[in-house]
Design a protein around this ligand. Structure first.
Ligand SMILES: NC(=O)c1ccc[n+]([C@@H]2O[C@H](COP(=O)([O-])OP(=O)(O)OC[C@H]3O[C@@H](n4cnc5c(N)ncnc54)[C@H](O)[C@@H]3O)[C@@H](O)[C@H]2O)c1
Length: 352
């Protein structure tokens, strides 16, 4: 069996999930790894037994044997690296957000088309069992017409610092980091409607609050306290199928506890996807709740990544149609661009 040969570009936290998921597949071999941090990439290659090590992705992309790459760098690397990889004839799995903005994301999709290669965006939560359960119910018509959705990812304190809080490298704060997942899930569940208008506010009143004590904190690999991104945001997003979505997110907020929620409301039933899957409807004139019974192991981050990587390799090896094409990343970036623009202008933004 000819193995699919893969390269990893960016060897920070999330790349570990890509690497272990590839290495769990019989038909894949990771042949090269790259990071601008020499010490980090050398240690990584030893840990995972990856033969070739690079600090310049252009050098790595010269390796003809590489079929596909994962791009797991800071957000500002996604566009240039993915385009270079596609132009070098490689298939690309790019972490979310696809790019810093919609224009850059469109250029990536163009490069994929021009080179007839796959560009898949790492919307990993689409592969979660909870997503699959709710999507199946929606696709089977059990919820009817979905007219309202609400989703939020709220952290009382959760700014990882480093590149995450440096707009030139991240493109923004919790909107682009957390919101990208939540808004994408609502689009994905409801048949990928296109957003037509956005009214939003982003705030930067609290900053990073690095002085806070007494809690467990997550810091990025190259931590610093430089911070020029929003700490909180809220938006009302309308879609071309009549759906209205309320969205909120924060990295720092004076609230009691962290929250993760996603609800969709249809004219036959409603569903909650986060924090746990539940369905709500009326039965025999009683409001009735139902929760599916599922093995808890299927609700893990590891499971989602394994499913995502399996799908990417299936697309590359067998030409299976991709569930997460680059075009979906473009649609998301249009919404995120509109959130930042609406906040800046104080007006509703119409998406053409
Ligand atoms: N899917 C998810 O749920 C999820 C979760 C966390 C992070 N992410 C995404 O994954 C990406 C990486 O996040 P992370 O938490 O692993 O960050 P990280 O800081 O831990 O790792 C990023 C790595 O990329 C390297 N890098 C930066 N620019 C590079 C370049 N031009 N060439 C080679 N290497 C370069 C850095 O040196 C660093 O080692 C981000 O885009 C982030 O949004 C996705």
């Amino acid at each position: 069996m000819n193995k699919i040969k893969v390269g990893i570009i960016g060897t920070g936290s999330i790349s570990n999930f890509h690497t272990t998921s590839y290495q769990a597949l019989d038909n894949v071999e990771i042949v090269a790894v790259c990071d601008i941090n020499k010490e980090r990439v050398e240690e990584y290659s030893k840990k995972y037994n990856i033969p070739k090590v690079f600090t310049d992705y252009n050098e790595m992309l010269k390796m003809e044997e590489i079929d596909a790459v994962s791009v797991t760098t800071w957000n500002n690397g996604h566009g240039p690296i993915a385009i270079a990889a596609l132009n070098a004839g490689k298939h690309v799995l790019c972490e979310k957000p696809l790019a810093l903005n919609a224009k850059e994301a469109e250029d990536m999709v163009e490069a994929a088309k021009k080179n007839n290669k796959l560009l898949m965006v790492g919307f990993v939560r689409r592969f979660g069992e909870n997503t699959k359960i709710v999507k199946e119910a929606i696709d089977n018509g059990e919820l009817g017409n979905i007219y309202y959705a609400k989703t939020g990812c709220i952290r009382r304190w959760g700014n990882p610092g480093g590149w995450f809080s440096d707009k030139s490298r991240s493109g923004g704060g919790p909107v682009i980091d957390l919101g990208v997942h939540m808004i994408d899930l609502v689009r994905y569940l409801t048949g990928k409607p296109k957003a037509v208008s956005v009214t939003a506010s982003t705030f930067n009143h609290l900053g990073m609050m690095p002085e806070i004590k007494g809690i467990n904190k997550y810091y990025s690999a190259d931590y610093s306290t430089f911070n020029d991104v929003e700490d909180c945001a809220t938006a009302l997003i309308k879609f071309d199928n009549g759906l209205t979505l309320f969205f909120e997110t924060s990295w720092v907020l004076h609230t009691k506890k962290d929250e993760l929620y996603l609800n969709v409301f249809g004219d036959k039933a409603g569903a909650q996807m986060e924090p746990a899957v539940e369905f709500y409807k009326s039965k025999n004139n009683y409001f009735t709740d139902a929760a599916p019974v599922v093995d808890p192991a299927k609700f893990s981050f590891e499971y989602n990544f394994q499913e995502e990587i399996k799908h990417f390799i299936d697309c590359v090896a067998n030409g299976t149609p991709c569930l997460n094409p680059g075009e979906d990343g473009v649609e998301l970036m249009k919404i995120l661009d509109a959130i930042y623009e609406s906040s800046k202008t104080g007006h509703e933004v119409i998406i053409k």
